[in-house]
Design a protein around this ligand. Sequence first.
Ligand code: UD1
Ligand code: UDP
Length: 381
Amino acid sequence: MKIVTIVGTRPQFIKAAAVDRAIQGFNKRKRRIYEILVHTGQHYDYLMDKVFFEELELPRPDYHLGVGSGSHAKQTGMMLERIERVLVKEKPEMAIVYGDTNSTLAGALAAAKLNIPIAHIEAGLRSHNRTMPEEINRLLTDHLSTFLFCPTTQSVKNLIKEGIKDGETKVVKKVGDVMYDSILYYSKIAEKQSTILKDLNLLNPQSAIRNPQYYLATLHRAENTDNPDRLKSILTALNEIGKKVPVILPLHPRTKKMMSAYHLFPRNQRIRFIEPVSYLNMLKLEKNATAILTDSGGVQKEAYWFRVPCLTLREETEWMETVRSGWNVLVGIEQKKIVQEIIHLEKTRLTKKGTRYESISTGIFGDGKASEKIIQTLFRK
Ligand code: UD1
Ligand code: UDP
């Protein structure tokens, strides 16, 4: 069976790597799935793109569409046109798309117009905030898809509310989160291979257990980066927190661009800005962080899986399960609130790490076999 997988951004490379391993496993045992990998080119810097293909041993894309950056309409429109050309040429029996980026929507729309069935991995998530470009992308992709693979029970419920349910015309299935598959597989490798803590001088030679002390932050959500007041408020908070404990911030190119445009690189800089890091280095940084501050979807979940307290720099999240468990706090973007929450964490939770929270082994995000379940569902005939 010929399928086309469409990816284009950092988190999609990570998700596709998990499913790709399941495809390889399937092909060893049964008949061949012939996968054609299409890279839209939405992310293109080495540290946002190739580093993941190398480290996660993803196959080289069969088609690189070289779309690059642009306004939503321009970027999505260029992708649509170029993906259509590939689909017309390759005539796949199915298209697979991931998550909620412009590459997801363009892939789904191009396939839908050609009547090619779509499998959406990470279906059913909702923030209920339609000003987010991601919310529009996921809504439309879900409504166009035939196979909807949901990471959580809540995501299945969200779809039912919109009239999308398992039945004759659609397959809606909770399979778990492919990023959980990934973290289980790669965190062991990261443990052995990543030298990032040493490279960043974060190990404390004085301590017998060499326990590092640092906060890890990531920031890239358009609602935060493209609004100078919000961006300034978050950066000021991180800078203040950094006076006591190092704050490491692998800087997304979008954020770097906006910080330069708004002249927001702090004067008395206490934040340690570094280049975006590879996935293995990121896992190592997350696992050993005292706490994580982020507006990323993927990083919120990884914090939860590593049992690291997380402050989410947004007003809402698609991952309410992590909030309800107590590991994640929706702190918003107000400088004072962020700093206060860190003080609160230091006083209470951090000293009792792992005791006050619900265990993570409750299967909220599946059992680490989401990718295999997806492949079995799609190709069981
Ligand atoms: C995109 C997704 C977002 C996802 C994120 C993952 C959309 C609408 N947004 O956001 O959902 O969470 O990826 O990281 O699809 N840039 C570079 N080099 C690169 C990539 C981007 O310099 O390799 C800069 C460009 O100035 C570009 C800006 O970052 O204009 C934003 O990139 P874009 O791909 O449009 O959105 P992201 O913010 O990366
Ligand atoms: N990530 C990474 N290096 C970084 C920042 C993030 O490898 O410098 C990984 C992170 O571990 C997670 C994924 O990228 O697996 C999340 O991607 P991102 O935050 O860009 O997007 P989102 O999940 O918000 O869509």
